[in-house]
Design a binder for this molecule. Structure first.
Ligand code: NAD
Length: 336
């Protein structure tokens, strides 16, 4: 492909991806299946890798999510909320491991914290002296929406942390999702009333959390699992474990819900069988997932590996093969 063809192909992809991002992140109304979106993004990344001069600073490959809705007050994240890079096959997973080992200049086994990839939306919960004071969506990674009142309606999220010894300021990061049973209930009720239905549980969770009236959110039976830590005040330095998995255990001890499928794996080799096990379990889980997330467990190694523009280098989503195409129900409108 000549650079001129590559440039025009890039422009076309950027326009398309921007439009899909807006529909997905801002309107909660995707019009193409995720697999198609992923394919376009991958095509753009391939062009940018081949012709680095075509990679613009504001390329969708360099950015997280979409802009925060102006109807909510905005929250500036003290630490950015990033996305994740993806791998789609064992070969790509092996290439990810190789990149990590090359960067660390070490061939030693690396332990991983292995987690299901929950299909909901990322939130950051800020606790000050143990009390939940603010909750925000990821937004574009730097600025999110203030959804504190809506988060307070999710029964499994503690308004006050348990015990003591936790840092003065502790930001908990995790996924708000709609369990499949709640999703079916909400849609059955909507159908019975002749209202719009949600396209999928992710869309339902996003639409329910970004409601201006928290009484509506309260009726939607949302759930939450913590999967990480954001900003922590200095007094937390001695409290925080040096393993990602142990940090999740610490969050559990102070009352945060944690996904029971999370495992600490001693080596990268064990990740492939974790992925296969979770894939086999997928249909029996009470919530929707679209892959696994594999994170280098040692925080010191995480720090050495650092970040690229939109994602950490120390983690990747190992995604399941595309299962469903976008459901287009002709006689029902989707709800935002
Ligand atoms: P992502 O969903 O690929 O990965 C990052 C997100 O994973 C995090 O923000 C977090 O919310 C979530 N996550 C779930 N479990 C996690 C765990 N255990 N640990 C850490 N994070 C976890 O990233 P994204 O940038 O939100 O979205 C990109 C995806 O959204 C694409 O893969 C694409 O399929 C889909 N998308 C689709 C369209 C469309 O039009 N169909 C448009 C935009 C994006």
């Amino acid at each position: 492909m000549s650079i001129t063809t590559a440039k025009s192909q890039r422009d076309h992809l950027v326009d398309q991806i921007r439009q899909y991002n807006h529909e997905y992140y801002v309107l909660d109304q995707p019009t193409v299946p995720d697999a198609e979106y992923d394919r376009l993004l991958r095509e753009l990344i391939d062009i940018e890798e081949k012709y680095p001069e075509l990679k613009a600073i504001d390329s969708p490959s360099q950015r997280v999510g979409g802009a925060a809705l102006k109807t909510f007050t905005q929250v500036t994240h003290q630490l950015p909320m990033l996305s994740l890079d993806n791998v789609f096959s064992e070969q790509e997973w092996q290439a990810f491991i190789k990149r990590i080992k090359d960067r660390l200049k070490s061939d030693k086994d690396i332990s991983f914290c292995a987690e299901p990839k929950l299909d909901g939306l990322a939130v950051s919960l800020r606790y000050e002296r143990g009390v939940l004071v603010q909750a925000a969506t990821r937004g574009d990674g730097a600025t999110g929406e203030n959804i504190t009142e809506n988060i307070r309606t999710i029964k499994s999220i503690p308004l006050k942390l348990i015990g003591q010894g936790y840092p003065e300021i502790l930001e908990v990061r995790g996924e708000v999702f709609m369990p499949i049973s709640s999703f079916n209930q909400v849609n059955e009720l909507a159908k019975a009333r002749g209202d719009k239905v949600f396209a999928n549980p992710r869309n339902a969770a996003a639409g329910s959390l970004r409601q201006l009236d928290s009484k509506v959110t309260a009726k939607r039976n949302l759930a939450f699992y913590a999967y990480g830590i954001g900003f922590v005040s200095e007094d937390g330095d001695s409290w925080l474990a040096t393993s990602h998995y142990q940090r999740l255990r610490q969050l559990k001890v102070v009352g945060m819900p944690m996904c029971p499928e999370v495992r600490l794996l001693a080596s990268a080799n064990e990740c492939e069988s974790f992925y296969q096990d979770i894939l086999a379990k997928r249909d029996s889980l009470s919530y929707e997932i679209d892959g696994t997330v594999l994170k280098v467990d040692d925080i010191e190694l995480q720090e050495q590996l650092g970040f690229v523009a939109r994602a950490p280098r120390w983690a990747t989503a190992y995604k399941f093969p595309a299962q469903e195409e976008l459901t287009i129900l002709e006689d029902v409108e989707f709800q935002v």
